[in-house]
Design a protein around this ligand. Structure first.
Ligand code: EPU
Length: 325
């Protein structure tokens, strides 16, 4: 599961009454669902159909429905790295639930412990579970928001490493409903990205971790969390870092040096704690955030001659596009 997967090149027409009736028979659906509560930045207009998927059989049926009817779908993880425009999302937003949020040790071999984690499992839950099991290696994700599926799709990480350092393989369902296991090499992980087959949905991942002495368990995690609390606005509504770092240069540092901390548009503000975060002070619109992102790109280019690439995935339509349909 990822923020950003799907088949978004299909037409963006509205669902007919018959299609809606068919869809509710397959899975739990809410129509015209406001997306703001489903994203950590808390902005965004309504999704035509917000589909909660309980298990693999339901997922297969929903994907078949979307393929047959040529309806686009967008896979939402925990909405922590996604900016939904104010006009909302046409087609289906798929959100994986219960069956996809498990975690278990599947094998121990020599010093290695292999852990299978579901794509809908929250990253922090996964990390705490690993601490409790006395494992190490998972700390590369310390403080990263979101869920395992989203972390895979974006090869999430911190300054101590990235997910691809500890993942072995990923189980996916194709748009045609076929389940397969992709080895790490086939996913071509790179800085904050990987190559997944188009339209596929991440189901789970296998991690290779190690055992650590009981008194050491969780120590590295706690140190990294303290650092994160001290340097990032973790109590505020945000999407984490908005831009990718430029090689070894922190995008936050570049934005800071361009003098942009504290700048506001509407209720969106460039954080004073870390300049690569845009925070929602309450009631911000996606439009405000997008204006700030444009300003950041322009000023950093002027100031440091660096073209920043956005990390956050921007989806949906502008407000005017929705009104004109
Ligand atoms: N810095 C500034 N001003 C700022 C922000 C940072 O001068 O406003 C400086 C810091 O003082 C430090 C350097 O830039 O010297 C690096 O800062 P930091 O340690 O915060 O790391 P980062 O490169 O800005 C990356 C990840 C974060 C992750 C941190 C900590 C990216 C785009 N960001 O930030 O990930 O939490 O390392 O490991 O890779 C995210 O992906 O959403 C995210 C927040």
């Amino acid at each position: 599961m990822l923020d950003g997967g799907g088949n978004d090149d299909q037409s963006s027409r509205r669902l007919s009454a018959e299609e809606k009736a068919e869809l509710v028979k397959i899975a739990q659906v809410r129509f015209d669902e406001d997306m703001a509560p489903h994203t950590t930045l808390s902005v965004g207009g309504p999704a035509d159909a917000f589909v909660e998927i309980a298990n693999e059989a339901e997922l297969k049926a929903v994907l078949a429905f979307a393929e047959t009817k040529k309806i686009p779908y967008f896979i939402l993880g925990s909405g922590s790295n996604v900016l939904v425009r104010d006009g909302g999302i046409r087609g289906l937003v798929l959100c994986l639930k219960a069956d996809f949020a498990g975690c278990q040790i599947v094998e121990e071999r020599d010093a290695d412990v292999f852990v299978q984690a579901g794509s809908a499992l929250g990253t922090m839950k996964f990390l705490r579970w690993c601490n409790d099991q006395g494992l190490t290696g998972h700390e590369v994700l310390t403080g990263v928001p979101g869920c395992i599926g989203g972390n895979i799709a974006t090869n999430a990480g911190t300054h101590v490493g990235q997910l691809s350092d500890v993942v072995e393989e990923v189980r996916v369902m194709s748009a045609e409903g076929k389940i397969s296991t992709l080895r790490k090499k086939a996913l071509h992980f790179d800085y904050r990205q990987c190559k997944l087959p188009k339209g596929c949905v991440i189901l789970s991942a296998l991690f290779r971790l190690q055992r650590v002495a009981a008194e050491e368990a969780g120590k590295k995690f706690r140190e990294l969390m303290e650092r994160r609390k001290a340097t990032q606005p973790i109590q505020e509504q945000s999407s984490g870092c908005m831009f990718k770092n430029a090689g070894k240069i922190s995008a936050g540092k570049l934005i800071d040096e361009a003098g942009l901390k504290g700048i506001r548009v509407g209720k969106a503000r460039i954080s004073d704690a870390h300049a690569n975060f845009i925070v929602n002070e309450g009631g911000a619109k996606a439009k405000d955030v997008l204006i700030l992102m444009g300003l950041i790109k322009e000023r950093v280019k002027q100031n440091a001659h660096v073209v920043l690439e956005q990390e956050v995935i921007v989806v949906g339509e502008d407000e005017n596009a929705k009104d004109s349909k």
